[in-house]
Ligand binder design. Structure first.
Ligand SMILES: Nc1ncnc2c1ncn2[C@@H]1O[C@H](COP(=O)(O)OP(=O)(O)OP(=O)(O)O)[C@@H](O)[C@H]1O
Ligand SMILES: Nc1ccn([C@H]2C[C@H](O)[C@@H](COP(=O)(O)O)O2)c(=O)n1
Length: 432
């Protein structure tokens, strides 16, 4: 069974690329964040009517009508914010009969070629859905395509509305065909400088570009301006404690501060607290740049304090990178970039600690601690279940970050046992 698609030339023009570039993209529709997406491509040729093609057809277009929609603008800040707004609008306005999937378009192996959008399946072919989507396109920089069956009932074609309500006049038709699963998960194409930043300048630039739409950026930038870009560590050791929530970081860092008579710092630093919620509400590009700058601001404090005493730091670069990578990379644990990937490298201009300890806790023990902290049992269990894969991915990303790599310790035993194990590590690594 073959599937047909009309042209995407208007969208391609809008993206400053010609149609041949756009049509060589692969699309990935994500049905379940734990599984591989469904990959498809555009073709001028009738695809072979084989089993794979038939499965693709059933998955994407088995009944009703389908749509794809992308935010299109060359401005990366506006594109990221439009995508988030679009998601909110679709979630709240689409009829209940619709299924909303993430849809990404990319050139295999081409960095930064990824465009994020949505694929909407409307089993009931509801007129309301189409009207709502067309309205969105009228007012915003979105590009909308519909996928419908052709006259013989087996083919599907795509009609295109360009941005601001202009209907597409170019009716060149393209088939939808099965595309091979790429070697790497496509989200890896856009990680560097989109969700993980490897220099002060790269993170700083993002917030500079946000000054108009997020006025708070100016204040964060002023704080960043005050910090020395290449903070140099003092003669005392710097020990970072990392780990997922409720693994005992606060408990351990406080004990270490007392015993070592050191300074206790955290990233993001206290001076950014007032803006944290504001940036947490922004899309990953902006949120992650905020946390990245937070590390550089903390690094200034670390440099200053480590000239006077040992420094204990509650979260630092490992947290920023591990959470960003785990959130961005969809699919199973295996989708994470391989251990030797450059995404796990340390930023060249960020103060390097002497020791990074990663606290890990068995899931049952973590659940017990959350309960003791007063989290309602049913909510906590639901959260554990939903986030289990995410937590595994964050922890695995922590373990893969290099130079410095973290030393992993099992923090499930008692507070006293964990503390003495970490003190031994500090003696060994930091000559204390
Ligand atoms: N080794 C331990 N054994 C038993 N309970 C512990 C241990 N360490 C910490 N706890 C308890 O577990 C809970 C979570 O600890 P803590 O607040 O130190 O974790 P955290 O990693 O800082 O969490 P978050 O990142 O969510 O702030 C607290 O109630 C604390 O008393
Ligand atoms: N240096 C840091 C510290 C924190 N984050 C992000 C990662 C998580 O989304 C969240 C966890 O912080 P907590 O809730 O434990 O205060 O903050 C980061 O990216 N970099």
């Amino acid at each position: 069974m073959s599937i047909r698609l009309n042209c995407l030339s208007n969208m391609a023009r809008r993206l400053n690329c010609n149609f041949s570039q756009w049509s060589s993209r692969v699309f990935a529709a994500e049905f379940d964040s734990r599984c591989d997406p469904v990959y498809f491509a555009l073709s001028a040729q009738t695809p072979a009517a084989d089993e794979k093609q038939s499965l693709l057809f059933q998955k994407l277009f088995s009944q009703g009508k389908a749509y794809s929609i992308h935010a299109i603008t060359d401005d990366r800040i506006q594109r990221a914010r439009s995508y988030s707004d679009l998601q909110d609008k679709l979630v709240s306005a689409l009829p209940k009969s619709c299924n909303l999937l993430q849809l990404i378009a990319f050139h295999p192996n081409v960095n930064n070629s990824l465009v994020k959008g949505f694929f909407i399946q409307d089993a009931l072919n509801n007129a309301e859905t189409e009207n709502m989507l067309k309205d969105l396109v009228k007012s915003e920089e979105f590009h909308l395509c519909t996928y419908v069956s052709s006259e013989d009932g087996t083919l599907w074609q795509q009609c295109v509305w360009s941005q601001r309500g202009k209907e597409c006049t170019d009716v060149t038709k393209h088939y939808i065909t099965v595309a091979a699963k790429p070697e790497y998960h496509p989200s890896l194409l856009n990680i560097i400088n989109t969700v993980v930043f490897y220099s002060f300048e790269d993170a700083y630039r993002v917030l500079q570009e946000c000054k108009e739409c997020i006025p708070e950026s100016k204040e964060v930038l002023e704080l960043a301006d005050q910090c020395l870009k290449n903070s140099t560590k003092g003669r005392f050791p710097v020990i970072v404690i990392e780990g997922l929530d409720a693994t005992g970081k606060t408990t351990l860092t406080q004990s270490l501060q007392e015993i070592l008579r050191g300074a206790l710092l955290r990233s993001p630093p206290g001076c950014l607290s007032q803006w944290r919620a504001r940036f947490d509400a922004e899309p990953p590009l902006i949120r992650r740049a905020f946390y990245a700058l937070g590390n550089y601001i903390s690094a200034c404090d670390i440099a200053r304090e480590s000239a006077k005493s040992p420094v204990i730091v509650d979260r630092y670069w490992h947290s920023t990178a591990a959470y960003a990578i785990a959130t961005e990379v969809g699919g199973a644990l295996e989708s994470l970039p391989s251990s030797h990937s450059e995404v796990y490298r340390w930023p060249r201009d960020l103060l390097t600690p002497d020791l990074v300890v990663l606290l890990t806790v068995r899931p049952e023990e973590r659940a017990r601690r959350l309960r003791a902290r007063g989290v309602e049992k049913t909510r906590e269990e639901a959260e554990l279940e939903a986030n289990n894969l995410f937590r595994q991915k964050v922890e695995e990303a922590y373990r893969r970050i290099q130079d410095p790599a973290c030393v992993v310790i099992d923090a499930s035993p008692s507070k006293e046992e964990v503390l003495s194990e970490v003190l031994l590590l500090i003696q060994k690594h930091c000559n204390l």
